[in-house]
Design a protein around this ligand. Sequence first.
Ligand code: ADP
Ligand code: ASP
Ligand code: MG
Length: 416
Amino acid sequence: MARIVMKFGGTSVGDLDRIRRVARLVASEAKQGNEVAVVVSAMSGETNRLVAMADDLSADSKLGGSIDDEYDAIVASGEQVTTGLLAIALRRLGITARSWQGWQLPLTTDGAHAVARIADINTDEISPSLSDGTVGVVAGFQGISPTGRIATLGRGGSDTSAVALAVALKADRCDIYTDVDGIYTTDPRIVPEARRLNRIAFEEMLELASLGAKVLQTRSVELAMNNNLPIRVLTSFTEDASENPGTLVCHEDETMEERVVSGVAYSRDEARITLMRLSDEPGIVARVCRAMAEANIIVDMIVQGRSAKKDVANLTFTVGKRDLDKAITALNNSREMIGFEGLKHDGNVCKVSIVGIGMRSHTGVAQTMFEALAERNINVQVIATSEIKISVLIDAEYTELAVRALHNAFNLAEAS
Ligand code: ADP
Ligand code: ASP
Ligand code: MG
C-alpha cells in the first residue's frame, strides 16, 4: 500500500466523459489499497474565460483601486467546480471521496495575489481522512492568504499544488497526468518528431519549464528537486498502465550527462526594450534595474552595446510581455534618473533555448546552435547563457522554424 498524489490538468478534466475516465484511473489506484489524494485543475478553457472576465471589468475602471485580491476570488472558482464533479464521479464508482478547497485544508500562501507562493499545507484533517480510505479531491491553484483571502498560485499552479501536497503528505509517488504522455525533447505540438524522454534531470526540467515549456510549472519542479521527490509525468488518455510509462523527473545520473542537449523550449511571453543614448558609465544598468524592480518587473536578458558616439551606450533588455506597458511607464517616469534619450520596444519577439546538463562537459554546442540559426537566416537579437542552457531572442515570426532547426541540429528525434 502506498500514498499517492495524482494530478489532472485542464484537458484531462475537460468534459464529463473525461472526468469519468479520470475517476476510473483514480478508482483503480484506490482499489489496490492505496491512499489517494487527487489534485485537479479547472476544466480546459475555464481559467482563461474567468481571467478574461476579470480583465474586462478591471479595464472598465477609471477610478483606480486595487483589484488584485478579487481576481483571485474569480479565477480560483474553476478548480472548485472540478473537485465536486470528480468527487461525484468517484462516488458513482463506489469509492468514498470528498472535495477539499484550498481554504479547507488549509493551504496557506504568502500575500502576493495572482502569483502567491505556498507557505504551508496543514494535513491534520486530510491525512487521517485518506488513511480511513476516503479519496481526497483537492482544488489545485488555490490557497488562502495571511489575511484569509483566496489566493492563486500563478498560471499552471496546480502542478505546484500537487507537488507541495505530495511533500506535505509524505507521499510515495506524485503522478502528474496531462494531455501528452510525458516530457518531450520539445513541444510535440510544434515538432511532431519530438521524442518522449524516459527520464529527465530536475535541473534540466527546471530550465525547460522556466524557459517556456508549459508542461510543468517551474515552481513545482523546484519544490520536487528541493525535497528529492521524483515526479512522473504521464497521459490521462489511456487507462492501460502498461502503455503509459511517462517520464520520470528525478536527480541526474551518468547516462543523462551523455546527452549534450536534452530539449528545446520557446517562450512567446517576452518583450524587448532598448534604451538609447545612455551615458556609458558604471551604474547605468543598476539604475535601469532599480526602476524595474520598484515597478515589480522582472528583467531577463540584458545586453549593453556601444552607440556610434563616444561614451554613449544603448541598453537592450527583455521583460515579460504582460509587463511591457508597465515597464515603459516606469522607465519614462525615471527618465531623468536613468538618463536615456530614446526608447524603442518590440512585443513581437520569442526566446528560444536549448537545455542539457551535458553542455557542462561538451564543447561546440554554441557553434552548432548559431550555425543552425544562420543557415535559416534567423537573426539573433540577444543571447543569454548559463551552465546548462543557451537562449536567443529572435523575431516571433521565426519561432517554429528556429525550434525545428535546433531540434534537428542536435538530432533530438533520435534516441541517444
Ligand atoms: P495541463 O492542462 O495538463 O496542466 P498543460 O497544457 O499545462 O497541461 O501542459 C501540457 C502541454 O505542454 C502539452 O500539451 C504540450 O503542448 C506542452 N509542452 C511544451 N513543451 C513540452 C515538452 N517539452 N514536453 C511535453 N509537453 C510540452
Ligand atoms: N487552472 C489554472 C490555469 O489554467 C491552474 C492550472 O491548470 O494549473 O492556469
Ligand atoms: Mg499545466
